[in-house]
Design a protein around this ligand. Structure first.
Ligand SMILES: [Mg+2]
Length: 393
């Protein structure tokens, strides 16, 4: 069975409220969505969330890459087994028109295309996306089926009064892990953390994400100032350009360091390991180039004695939520799980049933073929900004 055609789309999804952190603010998300149709009419869906400040991609560049890549030679092979599908996905190299030393400038594009292909063949083979993990030799040391996962919650930079209410709400809702966005107003962060810790309770696992906000000169001082609040990790404390300082930072602070913007793929991962830059990887499926490369990155972290979390991009629809759920229920050792919050964060939905986590952040593994979700094209149509279809076979 071959792929008959792929359609790339820029889909604008409205957020329930403006999302802000130290690098960006927005109240909508332009996602790159791919519809893959096999010769027998079987359809699969994939999604990427291109962010220029993370991988250098834009929704337009992700769509453009479909037009300038020789799709027929790259994804036109006949596939009858998972191994053949995985070979096609792993060998896929979209055309990138600019310098790409970190190999990340097509990651959201790759993610959307790969998920659509895996979803389509999963439906054809009548198997879940989780089965793919068994076909990846690299995953041997981390495979573990979990029936359910507990997602982490987050508190973004806001007013102290609002953060107290959020802290109480997260505590009552039964979450076990909470990430706090810091760095918008660094002098106020210790005060914010003190208040949040007081109201959210001592048993909640708290970590912070600085989104590259601190300078190389101040980073140790900033982390030490948050020391009294018992943080389990600090995510991306400095801009990627200054990430080399983190080996020294790790020797001077007790809090674990997690890379996010500086962890987009194998090149970044190898550098982080070689230079001792972090304790944890933040693996976001879109940022890291898809389901397969994300599983491989988790294996790389595991083999290097590092931890990893499943991250997400605000604005992810049920497509990436489903991919994340399969990731989190297929492998063990995931320190924190983020995502599956589309029901809370988005105004627009095009999946037939929500995937949003329930009380305590708990959510079950997804059954069904491929991604295990049904995309309603009628609901998606009004959200499409641009689309382009390419015949493959
Ligand atoms: Mg982050």
């Amino acid at each position: 069975m071959r792929i008959a055609k792929v359609t790339g789309m820029i889909v604008r999804i409205r957020l329930r409220k403006e999302f802000r952190h130290a690098s960006y603010r927005r109240n909508w998300s332009d996602n790159f969505i791919v519809r893959c149709q096999l010769e027998d009419g079987t359809v699969g869906w994939g999604e990427g969330v291109p962010r220029t400040y993370v991988t250098g991609e834009s929704p337009e560049s992700a769509l453009h890459q479909l037009a300038v890549t020789d799709l027929r030679s790259q994804i036109g092979a006949k596939c009858l087994t998972w191994k053949e599908v995985l070979d096609v996905c792993s060998a896929y190299r979209p055309h990138v028109e600019t310098d790409d030393p970190r190999g990340c400038m097509a990651n959201a594009h790759r993610c959307a295309l790969e998920l659509s292909v895996l979803d389509a063949y999963g439906r054809l083979f009548e198997q879940s996306l989780r089965r793919v993990v068994e076909w990846l030799p690299e995953s041997a040391g981390i495979r573990r089926h979990c029936a359910r996962v507990q997602y982490s919650t987050a508190i973004n930079s806001g007013k102290i009064g609002k953060e107290i209410l959020s802290s109480l709400a997260m505590r009552i809702y039964g979450f076990s892990h909470c990430k706090i966005k810091v760095g918008m107003n660094p002098e106020l962060d210790p005060q914010r953390l003190r208040s949040i810790r007081r109201w959210i309770g001592n048993t909640m696992d708290l970590r912070v994400d600085a989104n590259e906000a601190w300078t190389v000169d101040e980073v140790i001082r900033r982390i030490q100032a948050l020391g009294p609040f018992n943080l389990s990790a600090v995510e991306q404390p400095v801009p990627h350009a200054g990430v080399a300082c983190l080996a020294r930072v790790r020797r001077n602070v007790k809090t674990a360091i997690m890379l996010d913007e500086s962890l987009t793929g194998q090149e970044d991962a190898q550098r982080a390991i070689d230079e001792g830059l972090c304790d944890l990887f933040n693996i976001r499926i879109s940022k890291c180039g898809g389901f397969l490369s994300s599983i491989r990155l988790a294996a790389v972290a595991h083999n290097a004695g590092l931890g990893y979390q499943l991250g997400c991009h605000p604005g992810e629809s049920a497509i990436l939520s489903a991919a994340g759920r399969h990731f989190a229920t297929s492998i063990g050792g995931v320190h924190y799980c983020e995502g599956s919050a589309d029901g809370h964060l988005l105004k627009d939905h095009f999946a037939q049933r929500p995937l949003t986590f329930g009380y305590g952040g708990w959510a079950n593994a997804i059954d069904g073929f491929g991604l295990g979700i049904h995309v309603d094209q009628r609901k998606m149509s009004p959200l499409i900004q641009k689309s382009n279809t390419f015949a493959i076979s």
